[in-house]
Design a protein around this ligand. Structure first.
Ligand code: PMP
Length: 309
């Protein structure tokens, strides 16, 4: 592979191998049916050295996703955690976006997958902020898309499974086709759910609200981080179902995720959010969030796993 942005090594089924050797057969169940589970994790270059953010929680969610589908990951959580650290170190990276990924391999194409363990890999990429560095300050224009998020008891949104991302692709591509940076999906009741790859927060009169797990969302780890930080900062934070007009009437809206980090939303469906610029609560939360990585927010929770420990 000639793309020099890709690092040289990949963790694959417990071994570190050259990037170009980490291939699969075309008769791979996951390619045909989306039978995979994965994580997106970030390693930040902190003043105390490279550290992976909330590694234990991400690995736990990886195993939770597999459990929902009755898939077996043939490694322990500790082995996955160590693999994440090793692949950053062995590629000489200081910061990275990590993709632990476990998939049903090349066994047969029956829908009922054979009772075999998943193939497991960890990819480390050099990735900036997903919606663009400038978006962190300027905010993004978002739109509610015609595609809803997955309804309860269709596919579990609590699992971060490959197949779910066809929903995200519909949402984000529709928004982009119409000139927006990101799409927001509603849940099957028409309440606000989440962005294509981000959870969403809505602020009015100083109160911070976010949709509950029953609104078709992925239980985001950035979401949980922000809820903890915001409460610590003295804000009231509620998980509650919200109608779409809550986005139009908000003083501030932001989206968050491991890849996107914390991004202000400056308009929804061409209606300005507040005065159309990043609001003060969003800015304070961004400062607290990025402070975890530049050392200005104390990591009271042990969220950083230093790769050299
Ligand atoms: N929702 C969806 C659909 C996502 O893909 C992501 C990114 N993983 C999120 C929310 C945010 O989750 P996290 O903060 O754990 O990255």
């Amino acid at each position: 592979m000639s793309n020099t942005n890709f690092p040289e090594l990949i963790w694959y089924n417990g071994k570190i191998i050259p990037w170009q050797e980490a291939t699969v057969h075309i008769v791979c169940h996951a390619i045909h049916y989306g039978s995979s589970v994965f994580e997106g994790v970030r390693c930040y270059d902190t003043p105390k050295g490279p550290a992976i953010f909330r590694l234990q929680e991400h690995t736990r969610r990886l195993f939770d996703s597999a459990k929902i589908y009755r898939f077996e990951i043939p490694f322990t959580a500790e082995e996955i955690n160590q693999g994440c650290k090793d692949i950053v170190k062995d590629n000489n990276l200081k910061s990275a976006y990590l993709r632990p990924f476990a998939f049903m391999g090349a066994h047969n194409l029956g829908l009922n997958p054979p009772k075999v363990p998943l193939e497991t890999s960890i990819i480390a990429l050099n990735w900036g902020s997903y919606l663009g560095e400038e978006s962190l300050e300027q905010g993004v224009d978002a739109a509610i898309t015609s595609w809803n998020r997955l309804a309860p008891n269709t596919m579990p949104t609590g699992a971060k499974a490959g197949g779910n991302y066809l929903s995200s692709i519909l949402i984000t591509t529709e928004a982009k086709r119409h000139g927006y940076v990101e799409g927001i999906g509603l849940d099957s009741n028409g309440c606000i759910s989440e962005g294509a790859g981000e959870n969403i927060f809505v602020i009015r009169d100083g109160v911070i609200n976010t949709p509950p797990l029953t609104s078709g969302i992925l239980p985001g780890i950035t979401r949980s981080t922000i809820m903890t930080l915001a409460k610590e900062m003295g804000y009231t934070v509620n998980e509650q179902a919200m109608p779409r007009e809550a986005l139009y009437l908000a003083d501030e809206v932001f989206m968050c995720g491991t890849a996107a980090e914390v991004v202000p939303v400056r308009s929804v469906d061409q209606i300005k959010v507040g005065d159309g610029t990043r609001g003060p609560i969003t800015e304070a939360i961004q400062k607290a969030y990025f402070g975890l990585f530049n050392g200005t927010t104390e990591d009271k929770w042990g969220w950083l796993s230093y790769i050299n420990d």
